[in-house]
Unconditional design. Structure first.
Length: 341
């Protein structure tokens, strides 16, 4: 009869690697706290023995599940992909697993997903933007679940966040557009209701127009969901007016690419006939022809720093520190200058 093979234990790994069980535990849970030589020796022993950590015991000992929840507005395009990837990589490095949901920009669905992640034992949550029903924040406080906001930053909001000032970023781009000689500005915005990032970007354009001494005018504002075809339809609508905008500023690069493609289908040259700008600097903005002038968002830095901060909050090393990340403009071929007589 073949002997039954026993399941390897933490003690077996420690004996094989010539270290203490505490060192094995640190290596598996916080690998950055163990020197490389020791870490590699422990990992070899884990691999050779086929050891799998006892998740239930770990949860009971630490009173945590070592899972972090994140709810992003959409998975249909690359707006959040790079930041979430960096967020997950850093969580993994720190011994945490990511549970992710998409709300499709629907506040009621986001609330449902928040409650579901909490019921499944998420130790902390990453949420996109500040704006949501105050009751859901009170619910999370009662559940003692740390919450970190990303993709937004405001000095006027004391909720911990890792992000950037959407209003200031778009205001800077709009200021540059006006400096390029544009006085007739069309706007394709995301839906602003329930989306503070979209509303703040729109406000940034309006602020730049109001601050200018050269009296530029907003020729029209169309709000639409973030899809390429929607950007095209909105662009075509703006260009129906006899007094057309000389530039169309879009709430993100997805809308901008849609506007650019529709302009070409309509026989318009970009930027000679009309300029187009975006926001986010996703890869798509760089590879289309002409390449899109946009606002570069440091997505990977944001994701990495968000993971670091949220883990500190979960492990009671921090009550939550907000960090404002700096954006930069990417002036590319889709924005042209207008000569003034």
């Amino acid at each position: 009869m073949q002997a039954t093979r026993s399941t390897p234990t933490l003690e077996d790994v420690a004996k094989s690697a010539g270290v203490s069980t505490a060192t094995v535990s640190r290596c598996l849970n916080s690998p950055d706290r163990v020197i490389e030589n020791t870490r590699m020796r422990v990992l070899r022993a884990v691999d050779e023995l086929g050891y799998t950590p006892n998740f239930g015991a770990r949860v009971m000992a630490a009173k945590r599940t070592f899972t972090i929840g994140a709810i992003i507005p959409t998975m249909e395009n690359a707006i959040f992909a790079r930041g979430v990837q960096a967020f997950q990589e850093e969580l993994h490095r720190r011994g945490y697993t990511l549970l992710i949901s998409s709300s499709a920009y629907q506040p009621d669905l986001e609330e449902e997903q928040i409650r579901a992640l909490v019921s499944r034992g998420a130790d902390g949550l990453l949420l996109i933007g500040y704006e949501r029903n105050p009751e859901i924040y009170r619910y999370l406080e009662r559940q003692n679940i740390p919450v970190l906001v990303a993709w937004a930053f405001s000095d006027e909001n004391d909720r911990p966040s890792i992000g950037f000032d959407n209003c200031a970023a778009m205001r800077e781009l709009a200021k540059t557009v006006i400096e390029f000689g544009h006085r007739k500005i069309g706007v394709i915005s995301g839906i602003t209701q329930g989306n503070d990032r979209a509303s703040q970007r729109l406000k940034g354009i309006e602020d730049a127009v109001a601050n200018s001494l050269l009296d530029p005018k907003i020729m029209g504002i169309i709000e639409t969901p973030y899809e390429i075809d929607n950007g095209g339809d909105a662009f075509e609508e703006l260009m129906k007016n006899e007094d057309r905008p000389s530039v169309v500023m879009c709430g993100n690069d997805v809308l901008a690419v849609g506007a650019l493609r529709r302009a070409q289908q309509m026989g318009l040259h970009v930027p000679r006939d009309v300029s187009i700008t975006g926001f986010d600097d996703i890869e798509l903005a760089r590879i289309v022809m002409p390449s899109v002038t946009t606002v570069h968002v440091p997505h990977r830095e944001m994701g990495q720093k968000a993971a670091t901060q949220l883990v500190k909050m979960v492990e009671n090393e921090s009550t939550g520190v907000s960090t404002e990340l700096q954006i930069t403009l990417r002036i590319r071929d889709s924005l042209g200058r207008i000569a003034r007589a």
